[in-house]
Design a protein around this ligand. Structure first.
Ligand SMILES: Nc1ncnc2c1ncn2[C@@H]1O[C@H](COP(=O)(O)OP(=O)(O)OP(=O)(O)O)[C@@H](O)[C@H]1O
Ligand SMILES: [Mg+2]
Length: 363
């Protein structure tokens, strides 16, 4: 399947090094971080899974993105099914039938909760006895959102720990803070897990590849340099570039500039950004602004500036700290390894920047 997808720009080298680290026993768990729409899921499904499959691994993919309150139970049941050999390939969760299966699982859950009688540790044990398996756990930090998943997380940790020779895990997440929470808090279930790897930002080669794929698809040429400019303009988010190129494939009359204008802005996202800003306490908004401008949050100058905007005395360092903590908790900002804050979602960051640019002359 992946081979036929000429739109996919392979990341062979990264997949190779991940599998190499697992194969050699150097690592048993890795964590891949990248912001939204940067290509994590695509990397798992179209690079890692097929390459692992070809090397004889059994591959289990699961995304925690969509199952809300039941994400823990759905995961456990999918894993149990996989361990029992009913889900033989990693491809299956992508098909409509399996969505129906999962809905079935949910229906079963409703009918006979509490669901499975096996603990997650037992399920993992069963899985390990079936041979070498690679678990691709997409957006795993979602599990930490609900307190009732704590037991599951603990069981998962123990199960993986005991069976690390057989079971290797690649976690991904788009929330640095959520992942940090998962690995360091919640009764520290994953403390020793997951060396971090970053998903590199795609470069000019990706744009060349997209231009070639466009030509392959339509028979028309597309200027790869112009595409590269557009890609950078859109914050190097591959999801956005794909949307632009897709729009041009579907509509011959669309120029690159028009397609970018159409797709660089996601109206739904923007409406959500506006709502988010509106409901934020004024101080939090100012902290966000400082993060955006990369000014030191707690410096006297920064706090004086905040006082001016608020029409009050300068907020105390601890007050600014609390606002930053709220933004971290809501995953609006994240903390880099060296303690520097940044906006979590690059699209939101870009939108904020454009808002600032618009409002600058008036301010
Ligand atoms: N290597 C790639 N080659 C071609 N297109 C890609 C590649 N990586 C990502 N894309 C495009 O970007 C889109 C977003 O990628 P993907 O869904 O993998 O991102 P993600 O990081 O998992 O985002 P999310 O946080 O929303 O889950 C894909 O649907 C695809 O169109
Ligand atoms: Mg994803």
């Amino acid at each position: 399947m992946a081979k036929d997808d000429y739109w996919h720009f392979p990341r062979h080298a990264l997949a190779d090094s991940v599998l190499g680290a697992f194969n050699s026993g150097l690592s048993h768990a890795l964590t891949l971080f990248a912001p939204r729409r940067m290509g994590k899921t695509e990397f798992l499904l179209k690079d890692v899974a097929p390459q692992a499959d070809a090397r004889g691994w059994r591959v289990f993919y699961h995304s925690f993105m969509t199952d809300g309150d039941e994400s823990g139970e759905v995961f456990k049941l999918s894993l149990a099914e996989f361990a029992a050999g009913r889900m033989r390939t990693w491809l299956k969760p992508l098909t409509a039938r399996v969505s129906a299966d999962l809905l079935g699982v949910k229906a079963e859950l409703g009918a006979q909760a509490p669901a499975s009688t096996h603990s997650v540790t037992e399920v993992i044990q069963a899985l390990a006895s079936g041979g070498r398996t690679l678990l691709l756990l997409d957006e795993a930090q979602m599990l930490t959102r609900q307190a009732h998943n704590e037991e599951l997380l603990g069981g998962l940790r123990t199960g993986l720990d005991i069976n690390k020779a057989q079971l290797k895990v690649l976690f991904t997440g788009s929330s640095r803070e959520g992942l940090r929470r998962m690995f360091s808090e919640a009764r520290a279930p994953f403390f020793h897990f997951g060396t971090n790897i970053e998903l590199p930002t795609l470069n000019q080669d990706f744009c060349q590849h997209m231009a070639n794929a466009y030509q392959h698809s339509t028979g028309r040429p597309l200027d790869a340099d112009a595409l590269w400019q557009a890609f950078q303009h859109m914050g190097c988010v591959p999801g956005k570039l794909r949307a632009v190129v897709e729009a041009m494939v579907l509509n011959v009359a669309l120029s690159l500039e028009q397609a970018v204008a159409l797709k660089a802005h996601d109206e739904q996202d923007e409406a959500q950004y506006r709502r988010m800003l509106k409901t934020m306490p004024p101080l939090d908004r100012l902290v966000l602004r400082a993060v955006l401008a990369r000014t030191p949050l707690f410096a006297e100058d920064t706090r004086n500036g905040m006082a001016l905007a608020l029409g009050s005395t300068p907020p105390a360092t601890a007050t600014v700290q609390s606002a930053a903590e709220r933004l971290l908790r809501d995953e609006v900002i994240t903390r880099r390894d060296r303690g520097q804050y940044e906006i979590a979602d690059p699209s939101f960051e870009q939108w904020l920047q454009s808002q600032m640019a618009e409002s600058a002359p008036k301010a």
